[in-house]
Ligand binder design. Structure first.
Ligand SMILES: *Cc1c(COP(=O)(O)O)cnc(C)c1O
Length: 482
């Protein structure tokens, strides 16, 4: 596509924008168990109004738009109280969990550089269940990521393994509250105590859980301490665009005090332009997500979040019990929040995913990694709760269907090892290109039925899987001239 030689009319553009989404998943139906956290038209409207009101204001300069600074300080204040932090706790609003985590890792690296002059190669200890954003941060920031073990049944971080790997180069240890894949809360008190003993910073990733878990605790859920009440926890990330129900582009990163947070901040006077002072990775940024997050928290309030939490709590209990009652399926670990990972020792979970999709339910396939075999992930959002019954019925039918078809796609072991060998000797990337053509990936399209692709990916060594996925993304984001 070229920039049109003459601009379209407003009506033409509006029509084009609306018709562009015809193949998008119809998330408003409530049958998509991931990606969206919708909780009704009123909340959406409040968020949208504030978002549009501040669409054009620029968060680049906190002195020109003091309203944005006030919204941010309010959100940080509400967040630190929500997470048991005292008045020394400081933090910032960011564009999402990934940015919060990148900033926390950068802060830990630079804090250690300042306090340990001999530090050569900064490392962080990251349980295999922690979010991929830590791997991305390591990749971007030159911090070595040392994976640590989890219990193969509970999927909780193994504190002894962390202790064994905690050497003088470690600048940060990580715990999840809760983990994305299995929805379990790591033993934060033990992990933070270990870090504190050794004078190392400890980040609790509460991107998914930190907002909702305090409500779940009030409902009686068995959740260990995970927030700033725990000595030794030095930073936390919490997404407002997940269970805070705010429009996307909303997260906070919090630190125990300013002596740590100051390593997050960036100022530059060694150039000829305006005085640059940045709290986050983004520099120019819309005030929309920030104003919207502030507005949504004001509108929903503690009572509203509590009602929504109760609905999620009940739906989650019913979902876990319902899945475990289906012969051939089992929930992995004991999820403590409204997420679940479940698997099967008899049937292909990838075939199950496709079968569910044919019935209008979208769930996520999670590939095998370390101690976690391939499984199906569901994040329950408020719009999903009314579908738990029909979902379980559809799941029973899909299990019967996949069982009748012989269990679904079989692991293509020979193909996987041939492929791994081919990629190892494929310096030019030509072989990979042909493979992508064969899979029908290219020109901005993705394969429709994913079972075969996932079954193949699942069998590949992790490094080969990574190379294949990079080639896949490159293909998906190559415009087709036309
Ligand atoms: C979603 C999530 C993240 C990453 O957040 P984004 O907002 O997608 O960048 C990090 N950690 C956990 C546990 C998450 O669920």
């Amino acid at each position: 596509m070229r920039i049109p030689s003459t601009g379209l009319t407003k009506a033409e553009v509006a029509h084009a924008v609306e018709s562009a989404r015809k193949d998008d998943w119809p998330w408003r139906e409530g049958k998509l168990f991931a990606y969206t956290f919708e909780a009704g038209a009123d909340i959406e409207e409040v968020g949208k109004h504030a978002f549009m009101a501040y669409l054009t204001e620029n968060g680049l300069d906190p002195t020109t738009f003091p309203s944005l600074r006030a919204f941010e300080n309010d959100l940080v204040d509400m967040s630190r109280r929500h997470l048991g932090g005292d008045e020394a706790v400081v933090g910032n609003f960011t564009s999402g969990g990934t940015e919060s985590i990148m900033l926390a890792v950068k802060t830990a690296r630079d804090y250690a550089r300042a306090h340990r002059p001999g530090l050569q190669r900064p490392k962080m200890l990251v349980p295999v269940t922690a979010h991929a954003a830590f791997h991305k941060a390591a990749h971007y920031l030159g911090v070595e990521l040392v994976l640590t073990a989890v219990d193969p049944n509970t999927f909780l971080a193994d504190v002894n393994d962390m202790r064994a790997k905690l050497d003088d180069d470690v600048v940060l240890v990580v715990a999840s509250a809760c983990s994305y894949a299995h929805g379990v809360v790591d033993p934060v008190p033990e992990i933070a105590a270990l870090a504190q003993e050794r004078g190392v910073l400890c980040h609790v990733d509460g991107c998914m859980g930190a907002f909702l878990l305090p409500f779940f605790r009030r409902l009686g859920a068995d959740v260990p301490d995970f927030d700033f009440r725990v000595p030794g926890v030095t930073s936390m990330s919490m997404d407002l665009h997940k269970y805070g129900l705010c429009p996307k582009g909303a997260s906070v990163v919090l630190y125990r005090d300013e002596s740590i947070r100051k390593f997050q901040l960036f100022a530059c006077s060694e150039w000829t332009g305006y005085t640059m002072i940045n709290t986050t990775i983004q520099s120019s940024k819309s005030g929309g997500p920030l104003a919207a997050a502030w507005a949504v928290l004001q509108f929903v309030g503690d009572d509203g979040y509590m009602r929504i939490a109760k609905d999620l709590y009940d739906a989650h209990k019913a979902l876990v019990a319902g899945i475990n009652a289906i012969p051939g399926l089992r929930v992995m670990g004991t999820p403590q929040m409204s997420l679940v990972g479940f698997t099967s020792d008899e049937l292909s979970v990838f075939s199950l995913c496709d079968a569910l999709k044919a019935k209008g339910f979208a769930v996520q396939a999670q590939l095998a990694s370390g101690p976690s075999k391939e499984n199906i992930h569901m994040t329950i959002n408020p719009g999903n709760t009314r579908w738990v019954g029909p979902f379980l019925e559809a799941l029973r039918e899909c299990v019967a269907h996949v069982r009748a078809a012989g269990g679904g796609v079989k692991p293509p072991r020979d193909l996987a090892s041939q492929l791994a060998a081919m990629i190892a000797s494929d310096a030019s990337g030509e072989g990979l290109g042909r493979l992508m053509d064969g899979l029908g990936v290219g020109g901005g399209t993705a394969p429709r039925d994913m079972a075969d692709v996932n079954a193949l990916l699942n069998e590949l060594p992790l490094d080969v899987r990574g190379q294949l996925l990079v080639a896949f993304v490159g293909r998906m984001f190559t415009p087709v001239p036309g």
